[in-house]
Write a protein that binds this ligand. Structure first.
Ligand code: GDP
Ligand code: MN
Length: 396
């Protein structure tokens, strides 16, 4: 589960990581109140207004702006709240902005040497260790840095059983070229950041930029935090941070129905039981000249109700030109699934795209008969290739 910048910063702050302080606002009036409060608390004269959406690159899209007085706070907040923010990481339609974070300005006016670094903490699956990835080239796209100047990206591997050793935090500060007070502050920053990662069931922390001010403070200016979905049951406080407005509506609905669904860009909807079979089915669709419109695992119990829900979810996508149902009846009997499909189809009235059903396993032959005799516009198949050929035929 992804979090907003302001939520990520809250978590960082709770573990002692220095952050650029801010207050979230949903109206220009609230933004003004927030700005005044921040000036009282931090002494900041200028403020930054930052769109809160689940996408990076907000600065480039006009979603991060500096306000030099209260009137500007109000005007900029008014412009950003409600806008469709388009960034290199959103679709062409962009993301609707519901709230902004009003922050203190931490890039002091006249600061001649603010340094921006990149830092993230994540799991390195290849080594089975946690990893701090960092770079002197902060503030910009880390993918670009990786492509053009890969030698400027450093890695520190941390054995989760041992934890971050003090020498490792020092090595980070050293590789970033720091000395004196800044060096000391950076080792503190890195230790607190790792502690936050380790104790929050997160799968990713990405701070870009980490700022070094000219008076040697080290501050998290941005925060991208992902909490491991599998830990949310024991993280009620973090689970409450979910903002479903930021998530794909169909995926949210699927999750509520207990289906595992991922929206994709293609034209063939698929309904499958089992993640492995779903992957194979997506390959099959590609081979047949189509593109999968989704990943959908209906799980073990493919009864009429679940099948109907799945059909409805798939049909919400206007790009879907055909649906391929590919279900293996191991525990669940194929004839019951077939009956479920027929019932769901009848319940839904008309379905305007061709449906190809491949049922294999226990009672596959009875299932095929059921489909063939249903009088519905559903084609049946038993072999994988047969199903692929039928998909190809309806697409061409
Ligand atoms: P992103 O574009 O979505 O990654 O959003 P960031 O939070 O990283 O902000 C984008 C950019 O805004 C940063 O790289 C900074 O250059 C700038 N910025 C952020 N905070 C401040 C601030 O307090 N003062 C000034 N002057 N610029 C800031
Ligand atoms: Mn950023």
């Amino acid at each position: 589960m992804n979090l907003h910048e302001y939520q990520g910063k809250e978590i960082l702050n709770s573990f002692g990581v220095e952050i650029q302080r801010g207050i979230v606002a949903t109206t220009p009036e609230e933004a003004v109140e927030a700005a005044k409060k921040l000036t009282e608390e931090t002494g900041t004269g200028w403020h930054v207004i930052k769109a809160q959406v689940h996408a990076g690159g907000r600065g480039k899209g006009g979603g991060v702006k500096l306000a030099k007085n209260i009137q500007e706070v109000k005007d900029i907040a008014g412009d950003i709240i409600g806008m469709n923010l388009v960034t290199p990481q959103t679709s062409a339609e962009g993301k609707k902005v519901h709230q902004v974070l009003v922050t203190e300005d931490v890039y002091y006016p006249g600061d001649s040497e603010p340094e921006e670094y990149y830092m993230s903490v994540l799991l390195n699956r290849a080594t089975g260790k946690n990893m701090i990835m960092y770079s002197t080239e902060g503030g910009m796209d880390i993918e670009t840095v990786a492509e053009e100047t890969p030698h400027l990206i450093f890695h520190e591997e941390i054995d989760p059983a041992v934890g971050l050793m003090p020498f490792q935090a020092r090595r980070v500060a050293f590789n970033l070229g720091l000395s004196g007070q800044a060096f000391k502050q950076m080792t503190k920053f890195v230790s607190a950041l790792y502690k936050a990662y380790e104790n929050s069931d997160s799968s990713l922390f990405e701070i870009n930029p980490v700022l070094k001010t000219s008076d040697d403070k080290i501050i998290a200016v941005d925060a991208k935090v992902s909490i491991d979905d599998n830990a949310l049951f024991r993280r009620k406080d973090y689970a409450a941070m979910r903002d479903i407005r930021e998530e794909n509506a169909t995926e949210v609905e699927a999750k509520e129905a207990g289906l595992s669904y991922v929206d994709l860009d293609g034209n063939v909807g698929c309904m499958v039981n089992g993640a492995g079979l779903a992957m194979a089915t997506m390959d099959l669709i590609k081979q047949a000249g189509g593109e999968p419109a989704n990943f959908l695992d209906v799980g073990g119990t493919a009864d009429a109700e679940r099948v109907e829900t799945a059909f409805k979810l798939i049909l919400k996508d206007p790009n879907v030109k055909a649906i391929l149902v590919n279900i293996f009846g191991g525990i669940v009997r194929c004839d019951r699934v077939a009956q479920g499909i027929v019932d769901a189809y009848k319940n839904m009235g008309t379905i305007n795209v061709p449906i190809i059903v491949r049922l294999q396993g226990t009672n596959a032959d009875i299932a095929k008969e059921l489909i063939d005799n249903s009088g519905l516009d559903v084609q049946s198949a038993i072999e994988f290739q047969e199903a692929a050929d039928k998909v190809q035929a309806v697409l061409s």
